[in-house]
Design a protein around this ligand. Structure first.
Ligand code: ADP
Length: 264
């Protein structure tokens, strides 16, 4: 489990960007962090990966992050960033994934790479040049590099914001698979429909945890979340329509929603 106790943070100027954050993230769970631009989502990710260090305590499996060696931390907590172009270094996918493993001195490199590529259905890509791939494919390579390390926790900072519809759907599928395998996914987003893959939604407002919404409570809260995002996607409008008509929704996946629509 990742646990934050009274975590606060300010950059060089004294204004506090995160204020007294108390949160828990468990394995086998997808948490989606939302909040308007500037609410502190990225700062929070950077604290969870110790790129930034603030006040308060962060525990990773009961170990205080401040006392953890970087290599130990990287083996437990993986991170993927928004821009896939910033995450490729070599001109061969295999070398790119291996680089992460070399840095952490991990054994069984070949096996790890093979397994990660298989899990991401990227086996055919290992000899390819990442610089010749689409953004979605590059992002999957970035996830592969983390998968090969096999951390328990994945911090994903707006990882789908630059990729197309199909690429996004691929990534949602991967995240659900990781969750099934007991991994802990912590993802920030600016895309409203991504709240639908969450087990838990954390709403940040000006550096404060304004709300924590469980999946079961999402439907009754969804209307209040619209203001955070620039667009209300069609799927959310459909959910709100069904709710208004009092039609039960069994799950947030497209097939279940279509089934509910049949009852209108
Ligand atoms: P979000 O990811 O929700 O958009 P951020 O964590 O990126 O929010 O930013 C939160 C606040 O911190 C913003 O007001 C932003 O201007 C400020 N901020 C972010 N990075 C820095 C930095 N390196 N130095 C100073 N202020 C920063």
């Amino acid at each position: 489990m990742i646990k934050l106790e009274n975590v606060s943070f300010h950059y060089k100027r004294k204004k506090e960007i995160l204020k007294n954050i108390n949160l828990e993230f468990s394995p086998g769970e997808i948490t989606v962090i939302i909040g308007k631009n500037g609410s502190g989502k990225t700062t929070l990710c950077n604290l969870l990966t110790k790129f930034l260090v603030g006040k308060g305590k962060i525990f990773i499996d009961s170990e205080n992050i401040k006392k953890m060696k970087n290599a130990t931390l990287r083996k437990k907590v993986g991170i993927v960033f928004q821009n896939p172009n910033h995450q490729v270094i070599f001109n061969k996918v295999y070398d790119d994934i291996k680089f992460a493993l070399d840095n952490l001195n991990l054994d069984n490199k070949e096996k790890r790479i093979e397994k990660a590529l298989q899990e991401m259905e990227m086996q055919d890509f290992q000899e390819k040049n990442p610089f010749e791939l689409s953004l979605g494919e590059k992002q999957r390579i970035a996830i592969c590099s983390q998968l090969a390390i096999d951390p328990t926790y994945f911090i994903l900072d707006e990882i789908t914001s630059m990729i197309d519809y199909k690429g996004k759907q691929d990534i949602y599928k991967i995240l659900k698979n990781l969750k099934e395998k007991g991994k802990c996914i912590i993802m920030t987003t600016n895309i409203m429909e991504e709240i639908l893959i969450a087990d838990k939604i954390i709403v940040l407002e000006k550096g404060i945890v304004q709300n924590i919404i469980k999946k079961e409570e999402l439907l009754e809260n969804i209307n209040n979340l619209k203001d955070i995002f620039t667009d209300t996607p069609f799927i959310i409008k459909v959910l709100l329509f069904l709710k208004e008509k009092n039609i039960p929704i069994t799950s947030f996946n497209e097939d279940s929603i279509l089934e509910s629509l049949n009852e209108v």
